[in-house]
Design a protein around this ligand. Structure first.
Ligand SMILES: Cc1ncc(COP(=O)(O)O)c(C=O)c1O
Length: 405
């Protein structure tokens, strides 16, 4: 029996992303790794979570380990709706809300519910690999749209929509990460958000807004400037996805989405066969954490932690990369994007840099849906010790200068 012949057409196109493939290679103890994109475990409130866990088990015994409803804990859904209303100006009812086991699951279920093979999905250049992989697993056709410092170039988006239509691709989804995008760190202007909301509504295309990092803004950033597209007037066609992974703890796997009630209902059916429910215990931990009023201080702690890390990285970048690379300083999130001189191939650079300097990063190429730029890379400052940020970037700049010479 040839196992390949047993696979479905969908499974035949599934691939592990380059980031996953690199994980084993770059996460070795002797390597200074700017590759790992995960939040730093030092920010996870393990003591508070331990207290809650203890109290829950004392109070409820085995019940806290029971299945729960597919849509998500009703009180947590209510709390998330209230929180998004007061913090972000997003108006959504429980009927328009669903809890997911991580926003990656949310993105995957949305793709499953909305996409047929050949459907067009429009993504930023560059874009988040996890989302693009989900769209590709459902055999969507990705159209890359150029971006500038304010977000997507909407003139280019309109041209790409026309192109997709002329080629017979039904236009289904525009996927965007307007706050501290992974990987480029871009923050969309409010004008661009409103314009996308209008354009997509007129074009009859759903916007999938992924706000994984919106609460992770650095010192000096006005959170008003981060108000989601979903908070715009007439944003009924926008599906908003966010997560507790970055401000609380990713291992809990608790995230949420707001969208049109009919679509949310379908996603609930999809989740029924996907995993029945988000882990009951995780939902209860998050709910208690919110109810005890601990989330504002926790989010502030995470913001302070990454503000300091990013500042250390800026100092090191100015020291070692001035005149060598171009970058816009990250204003939130976990990532710093770097454009290298023409002619430098970031994938080749990674091999040399790992082998000779024990420094790792993620090459930019895989973040591009279509023709990639090979001379860009993503640095994460999240998990690198302060002194190693300077050492790592010093080594990396030396390696690039050598390659140029
Ligand atoms: C833009 C973006 N969206 C979604 C996710 C998935 O996060 P989670 O599934 O932990 O909620 C990530 C994680 O890296 C991300 O960077």
């Amino acid at each position: 029996m040839n196992p390949d012949e047993m696979l479905s057409r969908d499974a035949r196109v599934m691939r592990s992303s380059l980031i996953r493939q690199l994980t084993g290679l770059v996460n070795q103890p002797h390597v200074i790794s700017f590759a790992a994109g995960s939040p730093n475990a030092q920010t996870f409130p393990h003591e508070k979570l331990r207290q809650i866990l203890h109290d829950l088990v004392e109070r409820e015994r085995g019940h806290v380990f029971q299945y729960s409803v597919t849509r998500g804990n009703a009180e947590l859904i209510q709390a998330v709706c209230e929180r998004d209303r007061s913090l972000k100006g997003v108006e959504s009812t429980p009927a328009e809300t669903l809890l997911a086991s991580g926003s990656q699951q949310g993105l995957d279920f949305i793709a499953r519910v909305l996409l047929d093979p050949g459907d067009a999905v429009f993504v930023e250049t560059p874009s988040f690999i996890g989302a693009m992989s989900s769209f590709e697993n459902f055999r969507a056709k990705l159209f890359a749209v150029e971006c500038d410092e304010d977000g997507m170039d909407l003139g280019h988006l309109a041209r790409r929509i026309a192109e997709a239509r002329s080629q017979g691709h039904p236009c289904k989804l525009i996927y965007v990460v307007p706050n501290f995008q992974n990987p480029a760190g871009t923050v969309w202007s409010q004008a661009r958000r409103r314009a996308l909301c209008d354009l997509s509504r007129q074009a009859g295309i759903v916007v999938l807004e992924d706000d994984a990092y919106g609460e992770l803004y650095f010192d000096g950033v006005d959170p008003q400037a981060l108000a989601p597209i979903k908070s715009c007037a007439d944003s009924g066609h926008v599906i908003y996805v966010s997560t507790f992974s970055k401000i609380l703890a990713p291992g809990l796997r608790v995230a949420w989405m707001h969208g049109p009630a009919e679509i949310i209902q379908r996603i609930e059916y999809c989740k029924e066969t996907g995993d029945l429910c988000t882990p009951t215990l995780s939902q209860r931990l998050v709910l208690e954490f919110l109810e005890r009023g601990w989330m504002p201080a926790q989010a502030a702690l995470a913001r302070d932690f990454y503000t300091a890390k990013a500042r250390t990285m800026q100092t090191a970048l100015r020291e070692h990369f001035s005149g060598l690379a171009r970058w816009r300083a990250a204003r939130g999130g976990l990532f710093q994007w770097l454009d290298l001189p023409e002619g430098i191939d970031a994938l080749g650079l990674l091999h040399d840099s790992l082998e000779q300097d024990q420094v790792a990063f993620i090459p930019g190429g895989p973040f591009f849906a279509e023709a990639g730029r090979s001379n860009a890379l993503r640095l994460s400052f999240s998990n690198v010790r302060d002194e190693n940020i300077d050492i790592g970037l010093s080594r990396l700049s030396r390696r690039i200068r050598q390659a140029l010479a």
